[in-house]
Design a protein around this ligand. Structure first.
Ligand code: HEC
Ligand SMILES: [Cu+2]
Length: 338
């Protein structure tokens, strides 16, 4: 071995293991569960990984034995008919059944637990998959909408929340790996899933069904917070937009209403009632823009409005040419919509 080769090999091996393990942490990982359903899924996943790895290693070891023995002169004679029948029964039938039946059974029971009906009166959130963002409605007990937002879903911790999942275009899939498995969003039907977050945190959700050009940039944040914080947030989202407080913000609202913005976006409390894009009534309260594509900071917002196609090519918002003064005013106004 050339000097250094071994230490290089160790470094590469170490980096490989670190890379593998890094998949287990973070805010978008099924291996870092923070919710009841994800806990159950992880409890099934780890034993499956262990058993599947052992079986793979066993099969490879037997394969190697077979290969090397075949090359040895004077190796054992072929098996008798009885021996090979026993081998088929043991390794071809009994072993696979023993390895898979326990998993089938525990997967049935975990599946039932995950799909257990929710208590009446559970908080209900309707999420509609759009191209390529998420429309979010909070519903009251009668199914009426009490607040509408986009791309950022808040829920109280330790409470089961019902999600009604829809699409009015292609098939999407709603997935917050830390909290729950995937559920498809199908045009023409409503799929139901439930999410219970056990730890406060900000989890990243991702569309998990290829839905076109910007599928990869169709993400959202799920904010799990203490019930009081959640109630305060929801109360804020119910309100119409803040009135402009300065002349600059006033001008910004004029710009918004006079440009095309209002054709596609609603700002409740103004004449803007467009439905093709996200509701912007409380845009300043959101952490990200354009389905978790960029942080929601003034520079990103300016960049988004001036050239959305550069940031998220193919998305359904056209760029708008504005004078610097009008753009500044628009940014002040949108920045005030807490
Ligand atoms: C033709 C319809 C259309 C017009 C006109 C339009 N938008 Fe949009 N806008 C959209 C769509 C669709 C999205 C979502 C894009 C995505 O995430 O894929 C969006 C996203 C946004 C977002 C990010 C919202 C969020 O929840 O992350 C902001 C802010 C925004 N638009 C502001 C504006 C402003 C300001 C104007 C006018 C200068 C404007 N838009 C004009 C359709 C439009
Ligand atoms: Cu998708």
């Amino acid at each position: 071995m050339i000097p250094g080769t071994r230490s290089r090999a160790i470094v590469i091996l170490g980096a490989g293991i670190a890379t593998l393990l890094s998949g287990c942490s973070g805010s978008q990982s099924a291996l870092n569960p923070a919710g009841s359903a994800a806990d159950l899924i992880a409890r099934l996943w780890w034993p499956t990984l262990v058993v599947a790895s052992l079986v793979t290693m066993l099969v490879l070891a037997l394969l190697l034995v077979a290969i090397f023995r075949a090359h040895k002169k004077g190796a054992a004679l072929p098996l008798s008919a009885r021996q090979s029948r026993n081998l088929v029964i043991a390794c071809g039938i009994i072993l696979p059944l023993a390895a898979t039946i326990p998993f089938a059974l525990s997967s049935f029971s975990i599946g039932r637990e995950i799909d257990a009906p929710l208590p009446d009166g559970a908080l209900t959130v309707e999420v509609v998959g759009k191209l390529w963002w998420w429309e979010v409605h909070y519903l009251d007990e009668t199914g009426g909408r009490i607040a509408t937002t986009a791309n950022e879903i808040h829920i109280p911790v330790n409470e089961p929340v019902r999600f009604l999942l829809k699409s009015d275009n292609v098939i999407h899939s709603f997935w917050v790996p830390n909290l729950q498995g995937k559920t498809d969003m199908m045009p023409g039907r409503t799929n139901v899933t439930s999410v219970t977050a056990n730890q406060p945190g900000i989890y990243r959700g991702q569309c998990a069904e290829y839905c076109g050009t910007q599928h990869a940039l169709m993400a959202f944040l799920l904010v799990a917070e203490e019930p009081e914080a959640f109630e305060a947030w929801l109360e804020g989202q119910r309100q119409p937009a803040m009135e402009p407080a300065t002349a600059q913000e006033m001008l910004g609202r004029e710009v918004f209403l006079n440009e095309d913005c209002a054709d596609c976006h609603a700002i409740r409390g103004t004449s803007a009632e467009g439905q093709d894009g996200p509701d912007l009534t409380h845009i300043a309260s959101r952490r990200t823009l354009a389905a978790a594509t960029t942080p929601n900071r003034i520079g990103h917002l300016g960049g988004w409005i001036t050239d959305p196609q550069h940031i998220k090519p193919g998305n359904q918002m056209p760029s708008t040419e504005l004078s610097p003064a009008n753009l500044q005013a628009l940014l002040s106004y949108l920045g005030s919509l807490e």
